[in-house]
Ligand binder design. Structure first.
Ligand code: FAD
Length: 247
């Protein structure tokens, strides 16, 4: 019998094929997809450098050739793997566990999907939307609420803008900045406020009801807690993916 505590899956290798630095502490990285590697949109892979491993949700959809990851730097001394990821360049090798994991995936039995995220928390939603559109699926509605402190952090905003323009009948997109008064947001003329605090406004605006709507919350643990505290008592189901624990 396999001892679950000591069993370590054989690690595979993946090569960094491209890296784009979005800001000083946000980057997008593409790595090769090992032969036979499969995943569902919304799942995460486990990446390692020199034996240190962390989970990363996958941005790309399963039909894409490579694995795309969107990573936020947690500076040292707290962050351990991300400072190492920041040293990576094209051609470098990382380890990857052979199986993707996670249950934060598209649940098609609901026809309305309210996606709430902070910064890197948008990742699973991009994969789900890319996959949905690739397969020309129909019959569902998506409402993407995307929060960040600064507008520079809205990675994938252009992609979601384009998706919502091309599929306006079933994809609505609301990016919101939580620090509208800061100089870096002076040109921002969109929604303002923390993303968890605007959920109510858009549940009402889009007439989302508990019976037909699944709320997904991904990213900052405080945001997830608040969404659950407010919406579960109102009868909504909330799916969550926490990227880290609050101390
Ligand atoms: C299922 C899952 C999916 C994830 N997907 C992503 C993803 O797509 N992109 C991504 O960047 N990260 C993602 N993470 C977080 C990732 O696994 C690492 O924890 C993160 O990159 C920091 O790694 P680290 O080794 O540098 O720091 P850690 O040693 O992991 O963490 C150090 C400290 O920082 C806190 N922390 C971790 N991440 C953050 C953060 N983003 N902001 C503030 N504090 C943080 C931790 O609670 C801890 O106290 C995911 C985590 C999980 C569990």
């Amino acid at each position: 019998m396999v001892n679950k505590k000591t069993f370590k899956p054989k690690l595979l290798e993946a090569k960094v094929t491209k890296r784009v630095d979005v800001t000083e502490d946000l980057l997008i990285m593409w790595i090769t997809k090992p032969d036979g590697y499969s995943f569902k949109p919304g799942q995460y892979c486990t990446i390692g450098i020199d034996g240190l491993e962390r989970a990363y949700s996958i941005v790309s959809a399963p039909h894409e050739n490579e694995l795309e990851l969107f990573v936020e730097l947690v500076p040292p001394p707290d962050g351990m793997l991300t400072p190492e990821i920041w040293k990576l360049k094209e051609g470098d090798i990382v380890s990857i566990r052979p199986r993707a994991k996670g249950i934060f995936t598209f649940k098609p039995k609901y026809n309305k999907h309210l996606f709430v995220s902070t910064v890197t928390g948008v990742v699973p939603y991009i994969s789900i939307l890319r996959d949905y559109l690739y397969h020309n699926q129909t019959g569902h509605e998506f409402y993407v609420l995307f929060g960040a402190s600064y507008q520079t952090e809205f990675t994938y905003k252009d992609e979601i803008d384009e998706i919502s323009e091309n599929h306006n009948e079933f994809v609505k997109f609301v990016p919101t900045v939580s620090r509208p008064k800061e100089a870096a947001n002076s040109s921002w003329d969109g929604e303002i406020g923390r993303v968890n605090e605007i959920v109510g406004k858009y549940v009402e605006k889009f007439a989302l009801d508990a019976e037909n709507t699944l709320i997904y919350a991904c990213g900052h643990p405080g945001m997830i807690e608040d969404v659950k505290e407010k919406w579960i008592p109102k009868g909504f189901k909330v799916e969550e993916e926490r990227f880290w624990k609050e101390d």
